[in-house]
Design a protein around this ligand. Structure first.
Ligand code: COA
Length: 165
């Protein structure tokens, strides 16, 4: 099973997956325009012709990227798919020469399992808050900030034994 770069023909299904969780308050909703404009940042997992997992790597600066818009279909969760997508995004960060990646999330335990470490949000550069301007909670963000050193051994994230894909 394969994680691949997203295509414009995936946009409708990516939006449905992300915005379903956004309605539950778990993540930020994305417009069709945003998804098209940033499609090259997205990786997806497709099964039976449907997008079952998605995540994106957004470059913010020459030393920092954000893992964002991560969503796994409820029927595909806890099978290692989220880990596979994040690892694929971190591998891309590594190839691009971005040393650090962070995420803002309500799922800190998941990212901690992958080697991310909690950081104080105030320690992140201001550029990080670009997308937050569109969040209904801004400026009262209650998400957790976690950071990973992309080049660190722990950050290489060897394939998990539990992955069933
Ligand atoms: C959070 C999410 C991406 C996790 O994806 P997933 O495919 O279920 O996760 P995986 O199966 O790859 O899990 C990897 C590890 O994290 C653990 N884990 C997964 N979700 C977890 C959670 N919510 N809390 C604690 N640990 C979790 C798994 O048990 C596994 O542990 P292991 O190292 O012992 O094997 C998925 O539940 C999801 O899409 N949630 C809804 C949207 C959302 O909250 N997105 C995050 C926004 S940034």
């Amino acid at each position: 099973m394969e994680i691949r770069t997203a295509k414009l023909t995936d946009v409708e299904q990516i939006q449905k997956l992300i915005n379903g969780f956004a309605e539950e308050g778990l993540m930020l909703a994305r417009s069709r325009h945003m998804l098209c404009e940033h499609i090259r940042e997205f990786k997806v997992y497709e099964d039976d012709g449907e997008i079952k997992g998605v995540g994106s790597l957004h470059i913010l600066w020459d030393d920092l990227a954000e893992i964002r818009a991560l969503a796994i279909d409820k029927n595909y969760q806890r099978k290692g798919l989220g880990r596979m997508i994040v690892e694929s995004l971190l591998q891309e960060a590594k190839e691009l020469g971005v040393p650090k990646a962070f995420t803002l999330t309500y799922q800190p335990e998941f990212f901690a399992r992958l080697g991310f470490q909690s950081v104080n949000k105030d320690e992140l550069p201001q550029k990080v808050w670009q997308e937050c301007l569109y969040c209904i909670k801004f400026p009262n963000c209650d998400e957790n900030a976690l950071l990973i050193d992309v080049n660190k051994k722990d950050g290489e994230l060897t394939p998990p034994g539990k992955t069933v894909f």
